[in-house]
Design a binder for this molecule. Sequence first.
Ligand code: FPP
Length: 246
Amino acid sequence: MFQWLNQTKESAPEQTAPAHVAIIMDGNGRWAKKRGLPRIMGHREGMKSVREAVRTASDLGVSSLTLYAFSTENWSRPEEEVSFLMKLPGQFLETDLKDLAARNVKVEVAGEVERLPVFTRDAIAQAVEETRENTGLKLVFALNYGGRDELLKATRRIAERVKACELSPEEITEATIESELMTGSITHVDLVIRTSGEQRLSNFLLWQAAYAEFYFTDVLWPDFRREHFLKAIEDYNLRTRRFGGV
Ligand code: FPP
């Protein structure tokens, strides 16, 4: 049925990779609970799925992959869990940055990074710097990211520009708002994947996902493998996107 599973883009030319895929990596806690393990073990296992998703996206020629790694709401989790989650970007980049660079991946971040611990910021800053010139997959870590927060901050900055008479209200366009978003030049998402059976957007990329296709799977994030990602893209390829038209 899925003849192109486990194949690279070259051997599966009939499939079109979406330009921007965004993933809500859900189900780590449940994965751990099912095994009688502490929740943080689910997050640690989830790093392997991050690695595989990045490699798959890169192999398929996806232009941008945005991963929801920590939301503005996640601060309300137990301190031990938050502290563990904060260490993951650094741990991942320590082991994988060489491979990312070799794959021509460009690392970026979206979110209020100022509130993150210094070691998290430093790890991200180093990866961003070292991959700045790369032209392959854009890998965006959404860290301390919230769609409402993003739109709130954008609105404030635009209001400041109006107050300073740099802009009149009539001159505000969609492009003005997009220029203030945390995702930079990546303004639209083509495919949002959410794992673990939940079917919500959870404050992720509210503006950018306006015309996104959604793919939900019951697979828990730590179990999400290349074949699951390929199945999501195959499903995406069956959709007809109308962008409000007929
Ligand atoms: C949601 O699952 C997951 C998170 C809030 C964290 C996601 C983080 C990772 C997958 C690791 C990130 C790795 C890098 C490299 C940044 P949940 O804990 O809400 O699961 P549950 O709904 O089953 O409790």
